[in-house]
Design a protein around this ligand. Structure first.
Ligand SMILES: CC(=O)N[C@H]1[C@@H](OP(=O)(O)O)O[C@H](CO)[C@@H](O)[C@@H]1O
Ligand SMILES: [Mg+2]
Length: 540
């Protein structure tokens, strides 16, 4: 075995002087320096599968919303969750081993430490987004899998959530927890049918224009549309734009969820009329944000916070109408980037509990698991809803007492089917939003009117070493460098309804500064002041 591993690793030598980290979203950097990482990720995936007695492990090659020249890779656990943290550390160490011999030695060390039987089968399922470098990197990964004598299935192009779906299906096939058919077609069939059932005869109003960020989401959505009821059948009128995957250099350029959320504007190519619903996916279709032009022609954003509040209120009502309010409690999980107005709305109007976690889906997902129904979304549009096992059982077994309860219960059950519980999924999320809007007979303006966002600003500050910025309280306060938080507090107090925090990014070499206040001018000014404080502290 060691010889095969040495051979595979030799084919893709690690560039000198680079340090790789398995961060919040796996390994992610310029594609040209990722070959060696992919081969080693293949080895880790094989070990992880063997450690779990041959369960299927997923490997997704993507750099999400990053520019076209970047790429990345992340591992998926058997039920579609993010990689266990302990294994993130092993992956980082493996990626940074200098020589093929050291790689092979470390492979064996991991096997010894975790008592992994190297004769166990290893099963790995692979997919990628539409980046030009994907094919080459896939080759590097397959070399690693071959070196570790792992069996693999290559699904070609998939969205990240589709891969998570397939992994979960493969590992639950034939059990009482079976999630669906472990194929791309199975995904479309499952979510297509759930959409139709969850609509329950309600007809979506108007049309929806979906910006595919020129990534894998566009063509996959077009495929999904074939499984949805047509407009004539009472379905949704969907238009897909920015779906040019033939030109991978256009990926995420002047389009996509990150562009819209960060710039707080529609893609320049957008041509829709007032009150037309639009949404943008990111490069691997695990994020979605909605927006529209109001009657005065002003751009209005409906971000992840909005999706969370919309969905939480809908589910809350269904639970109540089904007669289950006493048994099932809903919680909402946010990060510090959630708009203060959204947090207040959930607590005061929806009367639901809000938890705040550090940035990164794994933290949100984990916190959401403590609720009967956990609704979690990052403000940037990444999120989903998860139902505890006992909640799913309660809903499945509940006997409705009257036609009203039955009606609500039917919708609730189909809605559960419509949600990709493995991971935040832009395609499933957008169908969910459409179902909720159809049931409420709401257009985007009604959705927007639920509360008013506080004006806000997100900035990036480049510093010498971002690791000196250490936080507490779900990243809302700095503990180091000393004295910096006090200076931030002083600035926050000077503006109306001010809130601001600074934290080191987990995916970029920068410190992010967020500020919100009663007026846009105050929010911008606060962001500038706090950025100056961070810059000064970072250059000491
Ligand atoms: C403010 C922001 O949007 N941060 C993003 C970004 O994390 P940073 O650690 O802030 O770089 O990338 C993460 C991975 O995609 C995503 O989970 C998170 O929401
Ligand atoms: Mg993404």
């Amino acid at each position: 075995m060691s010889d095969a591993i040495i051979e595979a690793t030799k084919k893709h030598p690690a560039p000198e002087g680079l340090l790789y980290t398995y961060g919040t979203a796996g390994f992610r950097t310029k594609a040209e320096v990722l070959d060696s990482v992919l081969t080693r990720v293949g080895l880790i995936a094989a070990l992880r599968s063997r450690a779990l007695k041959g369960k299927w492990i997923g490997v997704m090659i993507t750099a999400s919303h990053n520019p076209p020249e970047d790429n990345g890779v992340k591992l998926v656990e058997p039920l579609g969750n993010m990689l266990k943290e302990e294994w993130e550390v092993l992956s980082t160490t493996m990626a940074n081993k200098a020589t093929p011999e050291e790689v092979a030695q470390y492979y064996n060390e991991i096997a010894t430490k975790y008592k992994i039987d190297l004769k166990e089968p290893a099963r790995v399922v692979v997919a990628r987004d539409t980046r030009a470098s994907g094919a080459r990197l896939l080759g590097c990964l397959l070399d690693g899998l071959k070196g570790a004598n792992a069996e693999h299935k290559d699904f070609g192009f998939l969205t990240t959530p589709q891969l998570h779906y397939v992994v979960r299906c493969l590992n639950t096939e034939g059990t009482s927890e079976a999630y669906g058919e472990p194929t791309e077609k199975g995904y479309y069939e499952k979510f297509g049918a759930a959409f139709k059932n969850a609509l329950k005869g309600k007809k979506p109003q108007g049309s929806l224009t979906v910006d595919g960020a020129n990534g894998v989401g566009g063509p996959k959505l077009k495929e999904l549309i074939k499984y949805l009821p047509t407009k004539e059948e009472g379905g949704l009128d969907i238009h897909v734009v920015n779906d040019n995957v033939i030109k991978p250099e256009s990926l995420n350029v002047d389009c996509g969820a990150d562009y819209v959320k960060t710039n707080q504007r529609a893609p320049p190519s957008s041509k829709v009329g007032p009150l037309d619903r639009c949404c943008s996916l990111d490069g691997d279709a695990d994020r979605v944000v909605y927006y529209f032009k109001d009657e005065g022609g002003v751009f209005r954003l409906l971000d992840g916070d909005r999706i969370a509040t919309l969905v939480a209120s809908f589910l809350g009502k269904l639970v109540e109408q089904s007669g289950l309010a006493a048994k099932i409690k809903i919680g909402v999980v946010q990060t510090a980037y959630a708009n203060g107005a959204a947090t207040k709305y959930v607590q005061e109007n929806l009367k639901l509990r809000v938890d705040c976690t550090p940035t990164g889906v794994k933290y949100l997902h984990h916190a959401a698991e403590t609720h009967d129904i956990g609704v979690y979304f990052e403000a940037n549009g990444h999120g989903t809803v998860i139902f505890s096992r006992s909640t799913t059982d309660t809903i499945a077994e509940h006997e409705p007492r009257n036609p009203g309860q039955k009606e609500a219960l039917d919708v609730l059950r189909s809605t559960i089917e419509l949600i990709n519980q493995a991971v935040g999924d832009a395609l499933s999320d957008l169908l969910l939003v459409e179902v909720v809007l159809a049931h409420k007979s709401w257009g985007p303006q009604e959705w927007l009117s639920t509360y008013t966002d506080l004006p806000n600003k997100l900035s990036k500050v480049i510093v010498g070493d971002r690791r000196i910025f250490q936080t507490t309280d779900a990243e809302r306060r700095l503990v180091k460098p000393e004295g910096v938080q006090k200076k931030i507090d002083q600035e926050v107090q000077k503006v109306h309804q001010g809130r601001s925090f600074a934290r080191a990014s987990g995916t970029e070499d920068a410190v992010r500064v967020y500020a919100e206040a009663l007026t846009k001018a105050e929010a911008d000014d606060l962001a500038r002041k706090v950025s100056d404080i961070v810059k000064a502290a970072g250059s000491m």
